[in-house]
Design a binder for this molecule. Structure first.
Ligand code: HEC
Length: 377
């Protein structure tokens, strides 16, 4: 057969497949719409209906309608998909919907499993649980706040999530009172409790914890800072000069690269996350930027971010942006640090207003919109 004919046939079959796909989709949608109109329908009683609903759900996965249908038909066996959506949905609404349904289907065990299986996503999942709220969430997350085997990122996200609930705030306050709160959670818990709507909680936490000071004055909680507007031009200057940020971060080619390039940080992090990154850098150490201490056989001690690590040698970059390579045989110890290389007290020499200006600037560092060609000189 002539090549073009085979081609034409293939195109025709593909087109037919597409048509039949579209027909099937329309049929499935009709079945779903009809089922929705019937009351007390048991989907399990009819495999054909169930198959139609399933196919329909796959086509609309993650949309508001998807969650509505899963809830309406009580489709507990959608839980694996819900868990995936909870970890990687496109919008915060979808994430919270996924989490809410997982809780409704009593999938706590699966959620706990996901924390272990996908540790990098765990803090995000935990924040969504906080937004979904409720007593079950407290049950699930309170133990994580005090579980020393969990990373700071997980414990800190759990404390924030628990602190969205007034009972959860009492739980945190009790840890503070009993002096059972780990030192590395002081910022998170102070930030949560100083923002409590309950004056009694605010007054009591003030007896034990302080928010970090900027130019000697305690800062307001992050939830307050995010409401303020700043001057992005002043913020850019602070980034370069007094803030010392450019010593460790590149923005559009300028600055040193010890920490992550921040050219698009405004697309990656919310204003709240930007403040937390500056005031409590160790709470959410970004992937690949864990810091290490190297001790050489001669007793030299160096701290830095790992640049590369092979069978025979290891390269780190210090806070001064100096790269050093060592043969593994010359090293006595390589210790991963729980703390960030980014200093904890950068706000010390800045005022609250400086900090607000700085974040205003960081918010403007966004990805170029797709499809818009960059301006020509
Ligand atoms: C001594 C080096 C150093 C200095 C100075 C420093 N940073 Fe960092 N920064 C880092 C490192 C390393 C990381 C990655 C580890 C982490 O997330 O804590 C980081 C992470 C961050 C992040 C999170 C990035 C991400 O992709 O999640 C932000 C935002 C940030 N820094 C902003 C700042 C700002 C603003 C300043 C100035 C006030 C500053 N940094 C000063 C080293 C530094």
């Amino acid at each position: 057969m002539a090549g073009w004919l085979v081609c034409a046939l293939l195109v025709a079959t593909a087109a037919e497949d597409r048509v039949s796909d579209a027909v099937q989709a329309a049929k499935d949608r009709r079945v779903v719409e009809t089922l929705l109109r019937l009351k007390g329908i048991k989907l399990d009683s009819n495999p054909k209906w169930k198959a139609a609903v399933r196919r329909h759900l796959r086509r609309i996965e993650g949309s508001p309608k998807y969650f509505e249908l899963v809830e309406r038909f009580g489709l507990r066996d959608e839980s694996p998909q819900l868990l995936q959506l909870a970890n990687a949905a496109k919008t915060p609404d979808a994430t919270v919907n996924a989490v809410r349904l997982l809780l409704e289907f009593e999938q706590q065990a699966a959620i706990r499993q996901a924390f272990k299986q996908y540790p990098a996503q765990a803090p995000g999942l935990i924040s969504s649980l906080g937004l979904a709220g409720g007593a079950v969430v407290l049950e699930l997350l309170q133990p994580l706040v005090t579980d020393g085997s969990q990373s700071l990122a997980v414990r800190s996200a759990s404390a924030r999530a628990v602190g969205r609930n007034l009972k959860g705030q009492q739980f945190l306050l009790e840890l503070v009172r009993r002096k059972d709160l780990a030192r590395d959670l002081h910022f998170t818990v102070a930030d949560v409790l100083f923002a409590s709507p309950a004056a009694a909680v605010r007054n009591e936490v003030a007896r034990y914890l302080k928010l970090p000071a900027a130019k000697g004055k305690p800062l307001p909680p992050v939830s307050e800072l995010v409401k303020r507007r700043g001057d992005k031009q002043l913020g850019a200057q602070i980034f370069q000069m007094r803030g010392t940020c450019a010593k460790c971060h590149k923005v559009r080619g300028a600055g040193k690269e010890v920490g992550p390039d921040l050219s698009e940080i405004g697309s990656k992090l919310s204003a709240q996350a930007l403040y937390v990154s500056i005031l409590d850098p160790s709470a959410g150490i970004s992937h690949n930027y864990e810091s290490y201490i190297l001790v050489t056989a001669e007793g030299t001690v160096l701290t830095g971010v790992k640049v590369s690590d092979s069978a025979t040698q290891i390269t780190i970059k210090t806070a001064e942006a100096v790269q050093r390579t060592f043969k593994k045989e010359d090293l006595e110890e390589v210790i991963k640090q729980p703390t960030s290389l980014m200093p904890e007290d950068l706000q010390k020499n800045l005022s609250a207003k400086d900090l607000v200006d700085l974040v205003e600037y960081l918010k403007t560092l966004k990805k170029a919109p797709v499809g818009v060609p960059s301006a020509r000189p």
